[in-house]
Design a protein around this ligand. Structure first.
Ligand code: DX5
Ligand code: ZN
Length: 223
């Protein structure tokens, strides 16, 4: 994961054409992004199923971007190692799903990956107060996980302010759900520095200009 201190857009392939994933990642590389966000869903923790380690291992051959794997799965500790072996650079797991989060963070670090913890919209920041400073990134969901293209939940975004207070400037704070040129300036003003965007990028024919439109919005319209 790139060192904190810059705002990065992490395109989420959830809204990409899954039959052409390598090409879709090549298209976002043209916009000089550093991170690609890979949404992993198990049909149990969330009501949808996406990709697993075999797909990540294949994609690894086509891209040097930072693979930011967002595990929306039950029992993340059971599978985390498989994702790192497949080539994931960073693993975020859900606070609501992990039985022993500290142990999992330590294990990910031992495996050479960076580690993140994620909060659903209804989960209070207090839940991760002790553990957040041990992570490389904290992810605040601004939609209920499971699907792309949902409406941004402003009340959930406000938790970014509390998370940033807890972690200080050196840990990344990522936000995921409903990020576009309208909402990006809001979350950046709250302290987010890693902006996941799926629908706002992959629903547009020109991925590069869609990414640049989001960048332009938070640079030009600080709230
Ligand atoms: C939702 C996923 C997101 C999703 C965001 O459960 O975690 O990463 O792709 O999609 P948009 O940007 O369309 O809200
Ligand atoms: Zn995600």
């Amino acid at each position: 994961m790139p060192k904190a201190g810059t705002v990065e857009i992490a395109p989420s392939i959830l809204s990409a054409d899954f039959a052409r994933l390598a090409d879709e990642i090549a298209a976002i590389e043209l916009a000089d992004v550093k991170i690609v966000h890979l949404d992993v869903m198990d049909g149990h923790f969330v009501p949808n199923i996406t990709i697993g380690p075999p797909v990540i291992a294949k994609l690894r051959k086509y891209s040097n971007l930072v693979f930011d794997s967002h595990l929306m799965i039950s029992e993340p500790a059971k599978y985390a190692e498989h994702f790192v072996e497949a080539g994931a650079d960073h693993i975020t797991f859900h606070a609501e799903a992990a039985a022993e989060p500290q142990r999992l963070i330590d294990r990910l670090h031992e495996l050479g990956a960076t580690a993140g913890i994620c909060l659903n919209p209804e989960t209070p920041v207090d839940r991760i107060k002790a553990i957040a400073p041990l992570c490389d990134m904290v992810l605040v969901m601004t939609v209920h996980p499971g699907f792309g293209g949902q409406k941004f939940i402003l009340d959930a975004a406000k938790k970014i302010i509390q998370v940033r207070e807890i972690v200080g400037p050196d840990i990344r704070v990522e936000v995921d759900g409903g990020i576009d040129a309208q909402t990006a300036p809001i979350v950046v003003s709250y302290g987010a520095d890693t902006l996941v965007a799926g629908n706002a990028i992959f629903s547009k024919p020109d991925r590069v200009s869609a990414i640049n439109a989001i960048r332009q919005a938070y640079k030009v319209n600080p709230t």
